[in-house]
Design a protein around this ligand. Sequence first.
Ligand SMILES: C[S@@+](CC[C@H](N)C(=O)[O-])C[C@H]1O[C@@H](n2cnc3c(N)ncnc32)[C@H](O)[C@@H]1O
Length: 247
Amino acid sequence: MTDQAQYQDPRLVPLYDLINRWGADDDFFLTLANETPGCRLLDLGCGTGRLTTALARAGHHVTGIDPALASLQAAQRRPGAGGVRWRHGTAQDAPSAAFDLCLMTAHVSQIFVGDRDWHGVLRQVHRALVPGGRLAFDMRDPAARAWEAWDSAGEREVWSLPDGTEAETWCEVLDVSGHVVRFAEHTRFLPGQDVLTSTSALRFRSEAELRTSLHAAGFEVEHISGGWRGERVGEGCGELVVVARRS
Ligand SMILES: C[S@@+](CC[C@H](N)C(=O)[O-])C[C@H]1O[C@@H](n2cnc3c(N)ncnc32)[C@H](O)[C@@H]1O
């Protein structure tokens, strides 16, 4: 078992784009970016660059940062990748006062399990934004208890990869401790090869926790919605969709 292998193992990375298709979340973040034409944008935890390259195609000046080299290399092979500045690293590697908008999409925010890490990344993003710059991200609302639907009880999904091979995947929830959920994603490439297992821990933070931590890091919350269409918290799709501004 390897922590976050799904982002770091070149054998698993091609599955990410198959499993994570363009959706209402991507539309939301792209629309938000388009409010500032030609905006200087940091995509923190850009992964395989699904959204990153679309943001660049929309005319924004995009930097994508990610610590997982295999994901970043997949991103760099995408059509349109030449329009993005790619950096292997974390928020610490972002330049200061350089961005109008920072995005953390597809629940990157939940990777920061400990409060020290979470406060640290918020402070780094604050440093990277220009005064008045915005931070937007999604967090699954702990009240919706999404993890209760994650364990597939051994039931497998089969995926056809671009190279013509197939893989089956299944998910196992290992531990739920307060609002920290540890789970394993298993992948077997067919026919009958060894199982690769990627483990992850995700932290679920409530609206109140997000507001307190953002305020402490020097952000004003513009809005927190419960879904991608501006629903009230608790009335959307179990998300907390956050837009905050560097004070
Ligand atoms: C669920 S993926 C999201 C990828 C991309 N944002 C998207 O919308 O598809 C989470 C990403 O966060 C990255 N990540 C892990 N630790 C990180 C950290 N400390 N700072 C920034 N990104 C991190 C992972 O490598 C992975 O690419």
